[in-house]
Design a protein around this ligand. Sequence first.
Ligand code: GN1
Ligand code: MG
Length: 359
Amino acid sequence: MNEQTVKNLLASFQLPVEITGWKPFGHGHINDTYLVTTPDHIPDFILQRKNHLIFKDVPGMMNNIVLATNHIRKKLLALGEAEIDRKVMTYIPDPAGNYYVKDSDGNYWTLFQFVRDCHGIEEVTNPAQAFSAGRAFGHFQLQLSDLPGSLLIETIPNFHNGKFRLKQFNDAIEADAAGRVAEMKPLIDKLLARADEMTRLQDWLDKGEIPLRITHNDTKINNVLYDKDDNILCIIDLDTVMPGSALFDFGDAIRTLGNTSTEDEPDLSRIGFNREYYKAFAEGYLSESKSFLTPLERESLAFSCQYMVWEQSIRFFADYLNGDTYYKIAYPEHNKVRTLAQVRYLDVMDENIEFMKSV
Ligand code: GN1
Ligand code: MG
């Protein structure tokens, strides 16, 4: 991206500030994100190119985000909270009221305020952080629990639908586009063997045995922002805020936070399950969500973690088999390494499942 592009984009948003610089920002696998700095940093901004090959309805997605953030903002105002612009994301509309601008190449760009004096964490390092992450995601679900789901679209249809993900995985095996199936056969069979068990969650949703709620759907720990004293500020990365199951959020958070290493750790011996963080996260989450969770949801929290790791395994795996068309990769075998790391984590989780249920 060059200076003129940045200036043109900011001009389209009619942002009345001088800019002092910009640089790539964050670790997203899907969008392109830039930090745009201003003279006194009050505030700085994030300019983000949304990947419209993945998010096929960017205006619909932005409508979801604006509905959700306005809903939260109204609640914060009613509570008389201070510094609301640090407690919910603030997106900037263009003069016509659109929360995106389209460039001459057909790319969609969005702009939001950078939350000042905040930090995210890539890896939890103590139980207190895990507890507050649980509270943060539980609270986010609670804040959105009275926003009618019918107002929101599915920004990526069937995003955490296990039956749909299984079909994509089977399609990738069938097509064998990158000629990688033979090499991976034992691991493919291992994951397929658990398909019935894992697609139970979607059965419950299909039958209405667990409710659709408005959920975040990408609850990695680095999507929570904290202030300098580690108080929760807000939840970011709202692209996948849409109707979903509360279990998706719980399970996906444990997918990253319960892992003693990263989702793409090449040394499998470093992948373990952190019981202490699991327990702390669950306690934080339940402290916010107990008023709305149903008994089946509560009973299935431990299972949801296995489900989300299985789902992520087959998502990374399908992308590897397809020849790396979805996730950004840092090196050629990255999706294979990610898959192996997720499968190892699933094994480790299985060893801890009785403990997880007991919590
Ligand atoms: C993607 O881009 P990022 O890091 O926010 C993906 C998530 C995956 C995650 C794996 C829209 O999220 O679902 O869990 O990578 N987002 C989308 O790290 O597919
Ligand atoms: Mg994301």
